[in-house]
Design a protein around this ligand. Structure first.
Ligand SMILES: Cc1ncc(COP(=O)(O)O)c(C=O)c1O
Length: 403
């Protein structure tokens, strides 16, 4: 039977590169292998009990819609938590609660760009930005950052040259997924100056804001420019509170027009989930900022274990990340997708193997990810060390090593 035609948007939206090899991992597990999962950014840390306490407090006889801009108590609790933990804050009326950072990003692609308008991103990039651009018809213009430079931002002059009359926004992820790079105040200030000068939006995805290492202080672009109409921050409770399934994020800006138009879009999707919002409000009101310190220390110890173990593998160059829980490593192979498949289908050591994400799906510039992988260090240290040991052994046996 002939199938009805789908939209170009549907046909062009890529599958998630993180999940592409999942069927191979399932098959490996079905054969009794343990797969150490470094492929996906799902923290393994326990969700705070304060969230579950909050869930239990819901006793209303009717589960009604929340207001479209998000529960006011949640916005107040979030703003107060920021004040307690980071010493900066935001007015609750400058926040709009969304279903995760993901929905905030889709809203912003729609709000800031018309179809065929351009958004600048930095390559490699969080792969779902490509999906969001595809479903909203926005053209992404990638600017390459290099492993050998620690994935630092290219010079501001270079970035400025890439802003055209079609550019509507620059999207920065800080700290960065997939590189773990943390951009400095000076770098973000320079981007902000450029955006103000060219009158375009600077959107900063701060999903990993508090996960920074080596004594660095978490920092938001909103500390630099709390009133700038050009700045919009995307935030999320998913990662730093191990709350991925709650689907609670927000966008924050002092730009009243953005807030008003975002609310119109939010009204069309009615509301984010009621009970999760209330539970998050309870959690943010009652949790100690120490929880965040614990998360930061945990990921820093893991980062240290990972980088120490990776440094022992001949031919591997891993970027030592300063934040988030990701990094990119260059391997001595010609095709990292083939190597990642080999790890799952062929290699094993004492019935164990590793599941990594080939980096190709994180790069818009083709070929750049060919010999790289992205690692999410969401396992405890001993497992990370073992995972690197397995990768080293697999690289010795792998027939596709780079010549
Ligand atoms: C950079 C970045 N932004 C946004 C998201 C989406 O987060 P959320 O669960 O809040 O939708 C993720 C999830 O991995 C991410 O890494």
């Amino acid at each position: 039977m002939k199938l009805p035609q789908l939209s170009r948007r549907a046909l062009q939206t890529p599958a998630s590169p993180i999940r592409r090899l999942s069927p191979l991992a399932r098959a490996a597990r079905a054969q009794g292998k343990t797969t150490l999962g470094l492929n996906i950014g799902q923290p393994d840390i326990q969700t705070p009990p304060e969230f579950f306490e909050g869930l239990e407090q819901f006793k209303n006889p009717i589960l009604a819609y929340e207001i479209s801009e998000g529960n006011l108590e949640l916005r107040k609790a979030w703003a107060e938590f920021l004040q307690r933990s980071s010493a900066w804050t935001i007015a609750p009326e400058h926040m709009l609660i969304t279903m995760g950072a993901s929905e905030a990003l889709v809203f912003l692609f729609m709000l800031c760009c018309d179809p065929d308008d351009e958004a600048i991103i930095f390559d490699p990039t969080y792969a779902n930005y490509m999906g969001f651009a595809s479903i909203t018809g926005v053209r992404l213009r990638p600017i390459l950052s290099l492993l050998d430079d620690g994935f630092a931002l290219p010079s501001i002059e270079h970035i400025a040259e890439r802003v055209t009359s079609h550019t509507r926004m620059i999207l920065l992820c800080n700290p960065n997924n997939p590189t773990g790079t943390v951009y400095s105040r000076e770098e973000t200030q320079a981007l902000l100056d450029l955006c103000e000068e060219r009158n375009i939006f600077l959107i900063v995805d701060e999903t990993y804001r508090e996960i920074v290492f080596d004594g660095a202080k978490p920092f938001s672009i909103l500390e630099l420019a709390p009133q700038s109409p050009h700045v919009i921050v995307v935030d999320s409770l998913s990662k730093r509170f191990s709350l991925c399934g709650a689907r609670i994020g927000c966008l924050m800006t002092a730009n009243e027009e953005v807030l008003q138009k975002a609310l119109n879009i939010a009204q069309a999707r009615l509301a984010a989930p009621t009970i999760e919002q209330l539970a998050c409000a309870h959690m943010l009101r009652t949790i100690s900022p120490e929880f965040i310190h614990g998360i930061r220390n945990t990921f820093e110890s893991r980062r240290n274990a990972l980088c120490t173990a990776a440094a022992k593998i001949p031919g591997v160059k891993m970027h030592c990340p300063a934040g988030a829980f990701y990094t990119i490593a260059r391997l001595p192979v010609d095709d990292s997708e083939d190597f990642a498949s080999y790890l799952l289908t062929t290699f094993e050591d004492k019935k164990e193997t590793v599941f990594v994400a080939p980096a190709g799906g994180f790069y818009m510039e083709s070929g750049q990810g060919q010999n790289k992988i992205r690692i999410a260090f969401v396992l405890e240290e001993a497992k990370l060390t073992r995972a690197m040991e397995l990768m080293g052994k697999a690289l010795q046996m792998y027939p596709g090593r780079a010549k």
